[in-house]
Design a protein around this ligand. Structure first.
Ligand SMILES: [Zn+2]
Length: 70
């Protein structure tokens, strides 16, 4: 697509980038009141009871993603 006005083209490109960014934005999971790793009550503003559990669960999630790709 070509535009006579370079400013219009820049605006259109910018809009497109914003749309792509919005489409690709990952929605953060809602916080869980219980630890996603062990089921204990989670800390406020987190989905885990401890940083160890968060790291464990993140490791498991990463492993799952690797399996899905492989
Ligand atoms: Zn836990």
């Amino acid at each position: 697509m070509t535009y006579a006005d370079p400013i219009d083209e820049a605006t259109a490109r910018e809009m497109q980038l914003i749309e792509i960014a919005l489409a690709n934005r990952t929605h953060p999971e809602p916080r869980s009141p219980i630890c996603k790793n062990c089921g204990e009550p989670s800390l406020p503003a987190t989905s885990y009871c401890s940083s160890e559990c968060r790291e464990d669960d993140e490791r498991i999630e990463r492993a799952k993603q690797h399996r899905r790709v492989a």
